[in-house]
Design a binder for this molecule. Structure first.
Ligand code: UDP
Length: 333
């Protein structure tokens, strides 16, 4: 079966490509290389046991996108291409709506033209906004509190309307909690070309000596140790969830699934794990909370476990160990 991954050179996309390769799919990658390079494509090709078709295409380039989707002619598209920084989305909201929403419309048009009716979407728990209750279920109110989250929610709405507009269309919107870690063989870690904003890559930068200290952004949250709590899901488990979701898109429906472990970890707990695995103390500084950050966010993954089976095979310790390995940092044996 032919599967096209948009954003297939990015952190999540490349891990999905690795999983598709291991499952014997015929893979197309469509990426504008904004956050990666031809070297990433070559590296993926060398590691994935399948011939990759690569299209250097931007999802905002409507005509080029149509051509690429038509040439590859996928049965399923996994749509990971998009902008993903909450902070950046405040400065460049139009870019977020252009890439994440207009880019999605372009993709759906291109799919229609190529006769493709099955889609899996990289959505985000950011669509929920401030949690009104925990764990967050898929029925939680959708009140995103930043342009990034709004762009993901708008893209979901576009896909939902597209899905029900014709017979035979199947869409699965996977709402990721916090993807972390790296693939054990491929070392496809979260190593952005653009400045890192997320906790795991920043800790790796501190351990690599690229940063002096880690800023703990708030230590007076109403959590057991005062620091923010998140649901960190190993990226290979997240990839596995996509592989399992492929079959679900054969049934005409718009499926919304949280992808998370269902368990929160605090910033201090994550730091302790990194210190334990690296045996290197991490210098920290307490700083002000990041605007818009919530105290605690974690998934109810009941629905996704029910639909996809148990895709949560790894622990936060595995995620920390693989992040260190991917960043080329020594681990405590
Ligand atoms: N965080 C932190 N220092 C940083 C970056 C993040 O203390 O330099 C905290 C942040 O406040 C949150 C957690 O780490 O509680 C996860 O942040 P991340 O940006 O990785 O994910 P998100 O907040 O988008 O869920």
């Amino acid at each position: 079966m032919k599967v096209l991954v948009t954003g297939g050179c990015g952190y999540v996309g490349s891990n999905i490509v690795a999983a598709l390769g291991a499952h014997g799919y015929t893979i197309g990658i469509l990426d504008n290389l904004a956050t990666s390079s031809h070297a990433v494509v070559a590296d993926l090709q060398a590691k994935v046991d399948a011939q990759l078709a690569f299209f250097e295409t931007d999802v905002t380039d409507r005509e080029a996108l149509k051509d690429a989707v038509k040439v590859f002619s996928p049965e399923v598209v996994i749509h990971c291409a998009g902008l993903k920084s909450i902070a950046d989305s405040w400065h460049n909201p139009l870019a977020y709506f252009n890439v994440n929403v207009a880019g999605t419309i372009n993709l759906l048009e291109a799919m229609e033209q190529a006769g493709c009716s099955r889609l899996i979407f990289s959505s985000s728990a950011t669509v929920y906004g401030d949690p009104e209750f925990l764990p967050i279920t898929e029925d939680h109110p959708l009140v995103p509190i930043n342009p990034y989250g709004r762009s993901k929610l708008m893209a979901e709405a576009v896909m939902h309307d597209w899905q029900r507009a014709a017979d035979g269309r199947g869409v699965a919107a996977l709402r990721y909690f916090n993807p972390v870690g790296a693939h054990h063989d491929y070392l496809l870690g979260d190593n952005p070309k653009t400045p890192a904003n997320n906790l795991f890559p920043i800790i790796c930068q501190v351990l690599a000596g690229q940063k002096d200290s880690l800023s703990i952004l708030g230590d007076d949250y109403p959590t057991p140790d005062g620091t923010g709590e998140r649901d960190y899901i190993h990226v290979t488990d997240l990839s596995e969830a996509h592989i399992r979701a492929i079959a679900k898109t054969a049934t005409p429906a718009f499926l919304v699934l949280n992808i998370g472990t269902g368990k929160p970890s605090s910033v201090k707990q994550v730091i302790a794990q990194f210190e334990r695995h690296s045996n290197v103390p991490i210098t920290t500084r307490i700083e002000a909370k990041r605007p818009g950050d919530v105290a605690t966010s974690f998934a109810s993954n009941e629905r996704s476990l029910d639909m996809l089976g148990d895709y949560v095979g790894k622990t936060i310790e595995d995620a920390v160990a693989s992040s260190l390995q991917a960043a080329g940092l020594k681990q405590q044996s």
